[in-house]
Design a protein around this ligand. Structure first.
Ligand code: CA
Length: 229
């Protein structure tokens, strides 16, 4: 992976930690250095990108990389406000973590983003079309229902995207909590039900997401293979 971060105090322990996890990490301390490294060295699977860099900022790095590639990008930001988040995601970043972040949280986001990119592959595969005329764009993380965009929180999107990877297939509560929340989620599982309820409301059709009692949830399979749960 490529880490673009100018602050040694963050970058050095991060590189060590990631290497302990088995990742091979190339670090650059400037935006230009990051773009050059991305364009000229061996292909990277993921980019971790700081926003505040000494030359060009992370947004510009993101824009330049995106003009070349759909490589997953996770923004590391101290700027937690909504505008920064939206701008980063609009420029094509896949996710972000707000500093100070826990190492485990970062690993969970890396795993989630990597899984998504493996699920999608080429740009045309980034679009998932579900029953009820729900269209999910995994790259821009936008969702439309009958042509109208709906606003989802990050978790709601991740949840929908996970269910949408295999319509008709049940995702267990454990799988969902592990993949959307954290590999070590010990909080109340009611959180999942709250998110499902909110998602159903926003989708406008509560039957799109089916409850499989005692097991988990699934997206209603389209055309002629409908099941009651
Ligand atoms: Ca910085």
């Amino acid at each position: 992976m490529l880490l673009v971060e100018d602050d040694d105090a963050i970058a050095e322990p991060l590189v060590k930690g990631l290497e302990r996890q088995g990742y091979s990490v190339h670090r650059e301390a400037t935006g230009i250095g990051g773009v050059d490294a991305f364009c000229s060295s061996a292909p990277v699977d993921i980019i971790l990108l700081d926003l505040g860099l000494p030359d060009i900022d992370g947004y510009e790095v993101c824009r330049r990389v995106r003009s070349e590639s759909l490589v997953p990008i996770i923004i590391l930001t101290a700027r937690g406000d909504e505008i920064d988040r939206v701008l980063g995601l609009e420029l094509g970043a896949d996710d972000y973590v707000v500093k100070p972040f826990g190492f485990r949280e970062l690993i969970a986001r890396i795993n989630a983003v990597t899984r998504r990119s493996q699920n999608t592959g080429t740009p045309s595969d980034d679009i998932t079309h579900l029953t009820g005329d729900v269209i999910i764009d995994n790259r821009t993380r936008r969702v439309t229902v009958v042509g109208e965009e709906i606003q989802l929180t990050r978790k709601e999107f991740d949840l929908l995207a996970l269910l949408a990877t295999d319509p008709g297939a049940t995702q267990t509560r454990e799988t969902i909590l592990e993949q959307v929340w954290d590999a070590h989620w010990y909080g109340p599982t009611k959180t999942l039900d709250v998110h499902i309820a909110s998602l159903r409301k926003k989708l406008g059709d509560p039957t799109i997401i089916e409850t499989v009692r005692g097991v988990g949830f699934r997206i209603r399979a389209s055309l002629g293979s409908e099941n009651n749960s």
